[in-house]
Design a protein around this ligand. Structure first.
Ligand SMILES: Cc1cc2nc3c(=O)[nH]c(=O)nc-3n(C[C@H](O)[C@H](O)[C@H](O)COP(=O)(O)OP(=O)(O)OC[C@H]3O[C@@H](n4cnc5c(N)ncnc54)[C@H](O)[C@@H]3O)c2cc1C
Length: 270
């Protein structure tokens, strides 16, 4: 976990302090599931399948509310009755499913003005390991990161092939401009060449991905935890928000996980 922000001078000092406190308390760096995070989802699915159902490839289109209480969720394939509805995507997307008037004004304003980050990632395949580094590498002045997945988990790649993934944040207010992507790619590759001069000539295949929303909520002062919307919607009974834009703890994916755990406790009355 770390605080990702394209411009360090916009980061909330309180979030940085809380991040450091959590990191010291944890006493370990990061752990990754062997074979990638698919393992987490397959284990969760196994539990859900015992008492419930999962419907995939179905787009939620409307949350139906009667007298301030959720009653149904309509998708592009069916309508389901629901006592509780958990919206697990970036808050601005819920506006398509709900009438604007139903949300508290503060939540609506927050969702309409949210600042997210964007990034460019490149997966590089080589025939030889690039380095023996097993951990992730992070840039401070240049907002880049690298993971050498084959060094920590050889099940990631076929025998004799190595993958490393590099990412760089795109500038604030990235709007899909291809010139910006080209310049950012050059900056990333120049940085890689400075660190590992022999790396890029070794690459046999690369895959580029432009990610319009990397962190749904950059941890600026205005978007730090005290300002983020509540997990339990105060104006609609039975509606919960869990994702990286609401009042969970930590940064990025941690906010999503922690907000999900808080919502589960609230629903179960724990
Ligand atoms: C390259 C990259 C590297 C990252 N690295 C890290 C990291 O190391 N650590 C970290 O903590 N975070 C990291 N992040 C950020 C992290 O991925 C996000 O914070 C996290 O995925 C947010 O999770 P989420 O469940 O809130 O939302 P999402 O992962 O965005 O999931 C929301 C899901 O809802 C679906 N959806 C949206 N609307 C609807 C609808 N109407 N009906 C049905 N489904 C819908 C979407 O398709 C999506 O699958 C990284 C992100 C990127 C792009």
């Amino acid at each position: 976990m770390t605080i990702m922000c394209p411009t360090p001078n916009k980061v909330s000092a309180g979030e940085v302090i809380e991040f450091l406190q959590r990191a010291f308390k944890a006493k370990i760096g990061i752990g990754k599931p062997r074979g990638g995070s698919a393992q987490l989802f397959s284990k969760l699915k196994k539990q859900i399948d015992k008492n419930g159902e999962i419907h995939l490839n179905e787009k939620a289109q409307k949350i139906i509310i009667e007298n301030g209480i959720v009653t149904n969720i309509k998708t592009d394939k069916a309508t389901y009755c629901a006592q509780n509805i958990i919206f697990a995507a970036s808050l601005p997307l819920v506006l398509d499913l709900l009438g604007n008037l139903l949300l508290p004004k503060a939540t609506l304003d927050y969702a309409n003005n949210i600042e997210n980050s964007s990034s460019l990632t490149i997966d590089f395949i080589t025939d030889r390991p690039v380095t023996n580094i097993r951990s992730s590498t992070l840039g401070v002045d240049i907002p880049i990161w690298a993971r050498f997945q084959s060094n920590t988990d050889d099940s990631f790649t076929p025998h004799g092939k190595y993958i490393s993934t590099w990412g760089i944040m795109l500038p604030w207010y990235f709007d899909g401009d291809t010139k910006t992507v080209e310049q950012t790619e050059k900056r990333l590759k120049d940085t890689i060449t400075t660190i590992f001069p022999d790396f890029l000539p070794m690459v046999i295949k690369e895959r580029k991905t432009v990610v319009p929303v990397m962190n749904g909520n950059v941890l600026t002062t205005a978007q730090s935890k005290p300002h983020r919307p509540n997990i339990e919607c105060p104006t609609i009974k039975g509606l919960y928000f869990i994702d990286d834009t609401v009042k969970g703890d930590g940064c990025s994916g941690d906010i999503s996980f922690s907000s999900a755990m808080i919502a589960a406790d609230k629903i179960l009355g724990v």
